[in-house]
Ligand binder design. Structure first.
Ligand code: HEC
Length: 95
């Protein structure tokens, strides 16, 4: 029975990673997409797939997410920035 707690860690870690991936999408939806949609007059996601993207590598992508998150006063911490960066990378950038 002494080993039980460490065995329980594995599923807990999986849940943490899963919810981080989901967080990125939810955070993006709540703080980011509206302004981009207003800018583009439609689906704001097109800004991530346009021809001349600002974020043309992984470092630039995170820098831009940080920049926009600060500009929008989200108060996001490093984990939240990373979650949104990963979400955008998986959905659109593929770096
Ligand atoms: C108040 C408006 C506004 C909000 C809110 C906003 N953005 Fe932006 N975002 C911009 C503008 C404007 C640009 C494009 C700047 C340009 O074209 O020079 C941009 C560009 C970007 C890009 C780069 C797109 C490319 O060309 O590769 C990323 C990534 C991005 N935003 C992420 C985010 C994230 C993540 C959030 C949520 C925290 C967010 N933005 C919230 C205004 C906003």
């Amino acid at each position: 029975m002494k080993r039980l707690p460490s065995l329980l860690l594995l599923p807990l870690m999986t849940i943490t990673f899963t919810s981080q991936a989901e967080d990125g999408e939810a955070l993006h939806l709540s703080q980011c997409i509206e302004c981009h949609s207003r800018m583009t007059g439609g689906d704001g996601h097109v800004i991530y797939t346009r021809d001349k993207r600002i974020a043309d590598n992984a470092v630039e992508l995170k820098a831009r997410v940080t920049h926009c998150a600060n500009g929008a006063n989200t108060g996001w911490n490093e984990l939240q920035i990373n979650a949104v960066t990963n979400y955008l990378n998986q959905q659109h950038y593929h770096y």
